[in-house]
Design a protein around this ligand. Structure first.
Ligand code: DX5
Ligand code: ZN
Length: 232
């Protein structure tokens, strides 16, 4: 096992990789998790996106710390945890301890997020906030300077396979012009070969892709096509 990565190293790694595609494991073959990770590594992926849902903040229920811990044991890839849970203050640090490199939680779940962002940073992870398309953007803006990354949702959090909401493009572009090139901008939901290029043009660095990758037979080919569209 190698040494855990520091927050600064994670930020540097993510900045160095951008723009990059983050497979969301929501739709992967969980009976063969290690094989899925190897296939994604072979396809040149540098970061995995893990969607944690509690059946309360969102109607769907997924997985928790044990999956992060299991992944940490088998891969050096950056693990990016997206918490869609009602009580991030209670659990977020446990995800850091399980081996997450970056963690985002929702502004809708915690209206005073600064103390938790600071705790996560102190725990060695890159920390950020996520916001749903239907939430007033002004709720997020005052806290952007406290974030290492911001996750702009392009669907309402909860399920894979939904259609891309273009409000995300405006938000990405506004954040990029207001906060400069250092801030890591992530976009999640409905990102596919048709939408990925618009996301990067508007400033997205980290592009989360679920169904557009996991519904394809060959991850290498799907990644090649996504990367090509991402650059144009
Ligand atoms: C939605 C999740 C996403 C989702 C992406 O709540 O946060 O990460 O799995 O899946 P697609 O790409 O299918 O929208
Ligand atoms: Zn997500």
């Amino acid at each position: 096992m190698s040494e855990p990565r520091s927050r600064a190293q994670t930020i540097e790694t993510l900045r160095g990789a951008r723009p990059t595609i983050l497979p969301s494991l929501l739709l992967c073959d969980f009976a063969n998790l290690e094989r899925e990770v190897r296939l994604l590594e072979e396809a040149g992926v540098d970061c995995l996106h893990l969607d944690v849902m509690d059946g309360h903040f969102v109607p769907n229920l997924t997985y928790g710390m044990p999956i992060v811990d299991a992944l940490r044991k088998i891969t050096q890839l950056t693990l990016d945890v997206h918490l869609m849970i009602s009580d991030p203050s209670k659990y977020a640090e446990q995800f850091a301890d399980a081996g997450a490199n970056s963690i985002t939680f929702h502004i809708e779940a915690l209206s005073e997020p600064k103390p938790l962002l600071e705790k996560l940073k102190a725990r060695g992870v890159a920390a950020g906030l996520a916001i749903n398309p239907s939430t007033d953007f002004n709720r997020l803006l005052p806290f952007v300077p406290d974030c290492d990354l911001v996750l702009i949702m392009s669907v309402e959090a909860g399920f894979g396979g939904q259609a891309f909401n273009p409000i995300a493009l405006q938000r990405l572009s506004e954040l990029r012009s207001s906060f400069g090139p250092e801030l890591l901008l992530e976009v999640d939901g409905g990102v596919n070969e048709k939408t990925v290029g618009q996301c990067t043009v508007n400033g997205a660095d980290l592009l989360v892709v679920g169904s557009a990758l996991f519904r394809q037979a060959d991850y290498c080919q799907a990644m090649t096509r996504l990367r090509r569209e991402m650059q144009t």
